[in-house]
Design a binder for this molecule. Structure first.
Ligand SMILES: NC(=O)c1ccc[n+]([C@@H]2O[C@H](COP(=O)([O-])OP(=O)(O)OC[C@H]3O[C@@H](n4cnc5c(N)ncnc54)[C@H](O)[C@@H]3O)[C@@H](O)[C@H]2O)c1
Length: 352
C-alpha cells in the first residue's frame, strides 16, 4: 500500500492499494457514528455492499444515498436532495459522508459536506482513475449551473482518501483511457521518469497490474500534493495542473461535449506542445514523444476543429484576455511554464 500525507488547511492521508475497501475502518480517522455512503447507480451495484459491510464491521451505522450516473448529479436538485436526506436522518457533525465513485460523486458529496451544518467530515473513495489522481485530492468541490460547469462550490478538504485499486478493473475502457490522459499530463508537467514509465508500461494494456497502477497513482498524487501545499486556493501555481485543459475545454465545447474530457485533454496537450515548439521554447522531440505515448494509449493527438472555432469557444468562455491567451507550455518532459501568447501568433502556430 502507498500512503501520502497531504498538508493543506486540513492534513490527511491518501491510501492507495489493493483491497482497501475491506480495510476502511483501519484507514478512517473518524470515530464510528452514522456513515452516509453516497454513490451512483453504476458504482453502487459493484461496491456499495463491500464498503457498507466494512463500515458496519467497524461499528458504523450505515445509510446509502444513490445518485444518477454522470454530470446531471452535480446539480442543485441532487445537492438539495442529499442535504434533505442528511437532515431527515439527523446527521450531525460527528457523522461522516463516504463518497464512493468518480469525480461526479466526489464533487457533489464534498460540496454537500462543506455546507451541511457548516461542514461535516467526508472521506473520498475514488473509483475512477481520474478521481484517484485528480479530483479526490486537493479539496475542490462543486456542482454545475445551466450556465457552466463547477460554477458553485467550495474549497473543502476531505478527512481521508482511500483508493482501492481493485475497483479500477470494472471501468469501461474509454473511461480508463480518460484517466490515463490525466496521468500522462502529470508526467509531462513534472516527472520525466513517470513519463518514461508510462511509455514503457502502457497502462491500458496492463490494467490488471494493480502494483503498477498503485505506483503510478501514488506518483501523480504526490505531484498534486506538492502543488496544493503551495497554492491550495488556486491563485497561482495550481494553475499548472490545467496543462492541456485550455484547448481541451474548447474541444469539448466545439464537439457539443460528445468528445470525452480526457480525450479532449490529450489532444489539448499535443496542441499546446506544438505551440511551445513553434514559439521556440521546446524541442520538436518532446512533441514527437508525447504524440507517440498518447497514440499508444489510443488517445487523440489533434482535433478536427479549426483554430477559428477553438479560439471563438475560448472567447465565449472568457479565457482570452485582450489580445493574448495564457497557456501552460511544456519546455522539456517534466517541466512546464506559464506564458502569454499573442492571438495573431497563436493563429499561425495552430494552422498547418
Ligand atoms: N474536484 C476536482 O479537483 C476535479 C478535478 C477534475 C475533475 N473533476 C470533476 O470530475 C468529474 C469527472 O469525474 P470522472 O471522470 O470520474 O467521471 P464520473 O464520476 O462521471 O465517472 C465516469 C463514469 O464511470 C462510472 N464509474 C465510476 N467508477 C466506476 C468503476 N469503478 N467501475 C465501473 N464504472 C465506474 C460512473 O458511474 C460514470 O458513469 C467532472 O464533473 C469534473 O468536473 C473535479
Amino acid at each position: 500500500m502507498e500512503k501520502i500525507i497531504v498538508k493543506a488547511s486540513r492534513t490527511y492521508q491518501v491510501s492507495i492499494g489493493r483491497g482497501l475497501f475491506s480495510q476502511l475502518c483501519a484507514l478512517t480517522p473518524c470515530h464510528p457514528g452514522i456513515a452516509v455512503i453516497v454513490s451512483d447507480e453504476v458504482v453502487a451495484p459493484w461496491y456499495m455492499e463491500m464498503v457498507s459491510a466494512a463500515l458496519k464491521a467497524g461499528g458504523y451505522h450505515v445509510k446509502n444515498f444513490i445518485v444518477p450516473q454522470g454530470e446531471r448529479a452535480k446539480s442543485f436538485i441532487w445537492y438539495e436532495k442529499l442535504l434533505s436526506f442528511l437532515a431527515d436522518a439527523h446527521i450531525t457533525r460527528s457523522d461522516v459522508i463516504f463518497a464512493l465513485g468518480g469525480g461526479v460523486v466526489g464533487d457533489l458529496s464534498g460540496f454537500v459536506a462543506s455546507s451541511y451544518l457548516r461542514g461535516i467530515p467526508y472521506i473520498q473513495l475514488p473509483t475512477t482513475l481520474l478521481a484517484a489522481v485528480d479530483s479526490s485530492v486537493g479539496g475542490k468541490t462543486a456542482i454545475n449551473l445551466p450556465e457552466g460547469k463547477n460554477l458553485v462550490g467550495a474549497f473543502y478538504q476531505p478527512y481521508a482518501v482511500i483508493m482501492d485499486t481493485n475497483s479500477l478493473q470494472t471501468l469501461d475502457a474509454d473511461i480508463f483511457a480518460d484517466g490515463c490522459a490525466e496521468i500522462i499530463k502529470y508526467g509531462l508537467l513534472a516527472d520525466e521518469s513517470l513519463f518514461k514509465l508510462l511509455s514503457q508500461h502502457v497502462l491500458t494494456k496492463n490494467r490488471e497490474d494493480t502494483a503498477l497502477l498503485e505506483t503510478v497513482i501514488a506518483r501523480c498524487v504526490a505531484i498534486k500534493r506538492d502543488i496544493v501545499a503551495q497554492d491550495e486556493r488556486d491563485t497561482g501555481i495550481r494553475n499548472l495542473l490545467n496543462l492541456g485543459h485550455t484547448f481541451g475545454h474548447a474541444i469539448e465545447k466545439c464537439s457539443g461535449f460528445s468528445i470525452r474530457h480526457g480525450h479532449a485533454v490529450a489532444a489539448g496537450m499535443a496542441m499546446v506542445t506544438r505551440v511551445a515548439v513553434r514559439h521556440g521554447i521546446c524541442d520538436n522531440q518532446v512533441l514527437e514523444k508525447l504524440k507517440s505515448v498518447l497514440q499508444e494509449y489510443g488517445l487523440p493527438v489533434s482535433s478536427e476543429f479549426s483554430p477559428d472555432s477553438l479560439l471563438s469557444a475560448l472567447r465565449s468562455d472568457k479565457k482570452i484576455n485582450g489580445n493574448v491567451l495564457r497557456l501552460i507550455l511544456p519546455q522539456h518532459i517534466g517541466s512546464c511554464r506559464i506564458e502569454e501568447i499573442p492571438l495573431d501568433k497563436l493563429d499561425q502556430y495552430l494552422i498547418g
